[in-house]
Design a protein around this ligand. Structure first.
Ligand code: ATP
Ligand code: MG
Length: 267
């Protein structure tokens, strides 16, 4: 899955990243779903071990355009994990209290503790995405933020957090089809948000803002992955695979019992 990782310092042009790509799995959707089940089971075991060991912290950042599939990833990739050790933090438009502070204030308190995995559904990256596209602060203010974010994530990494960031890359046509489905299918209508149409008009501006994010903030300690996401099953497979490989690389162990249990007899 390294082909989807953005190398530090690379200049990203999203027109060169195909949202329909499926180079890492050419056996099709139904085989893909079987492979996914296996990965789900491995992730279940690894997350259990992460929790039991209680040493490492894992932060997963999900960013995407509307309908990009953040909710789908949370549902399908984390299908079997134990909710005790996994949390989701969703970042909406900031409250007045949040706006009264620096933009990382609300973020930091949701970062994972030892043994935890936290999924960010949107993140501090909104502060250089929507904020930039809508001119919510002057350019000189958001331009400084890439450096803050890299420093913040470096601090988290040096203090023991593994960070993985995923941009779910869909095409503008795919977004149209997904929005249309939300209009047409009664059980999807609740998801339709008229405001998303306004954001869709700003598609190109968002792509430019994402390109800067991906170019400026993919680092050794917190890499970005550009996940081809027009196919939902493939998107899930890519993310699961990266996660499973990362957790397997930890070489975790169940902790030793707190005292010697050899002589214990239960009557
Ligand atoms: P859903 O899939 O349910 O639509 P969502 O993540 O799109 O999920 P919404 O409530 O529709 O949730 O949208 C949240 C909105 O909050 C987004 O438009 C996002 O850009 C905005 N937002 C998030 N963080 C910030 C921020 N720091 N400043 C301004 N707007 C923000
Ligand atoms: Mg939305």
């Amino acid at each position: 899955m390294d082909i989807y990782r953005v190398k530090p310092g690379a200049q990203v042009d999203l027109r060169q990243w195909d949202p329909d790509d499926k180079a890492m799995f050419d056996k099709g959707k139904s085989e893909g779903k079987k492979a996914m089940e296996k990965l789900n089971r491995r992730l279940e075991a690894l997350q259990e071990l992460l929790f039991a060991e209680g040493k490492r912290k894992v932060l997963i950042v999900l960013q995407a355009m509307d309908t990009g599939g953040k909710d789908g990833v949370i549902r399908w990739v984390f299908d079997r994990v134990n909710p005790q050790g996994v949390k989701v933090a969703s970042f909406k438009a900031p409250t007045p209290e949040e706006l009264a502070h620096d933009y990382l204030w609300r973020i930091h308190k949701h970062t994972p503790g030892k043994g935890e995995m936290v999924i960010f559904n949107r993140s501090h990256y909104e502060d250089v995405l929507v904020v930039r596209v809508h001119n919510l602060v002057p350019p000189e203010v958001w331009r400084r933020r890439y450096a803050h974010i890299n420093a913040f994530e470096r601090m988290l990494a040096e203090e023991g957090t593994t960070i993985l960031k995923f941009f779910l890359h869909i095409s503008k046509d795919e977004q149209k089809a997904r929005l249309q489905a939300r209009l047409d299918e009664p059980e999807k209508r609740w998801k339709f948000n008229v405001g998303d149409l306004g954001e869709r008009k700003l598609w190109d501006e968002y792509m430019r803002a994402y390109e800067t994010v991906l170019s400026e903030t993919s680092t050794e300690w917190a890499p970005w992955y550009i996940v081809p996401s027009n196919r939902k099953w493939y998107r899930n497979l890519v993310i699961s695979d990266v996660l499973v490989e990362t957790l397997e690389g930890f070489d975790m162990r169940y902790p030793e019992p707190k005292e010697n249990l050899d002589a214990v007899v239960i009557e």
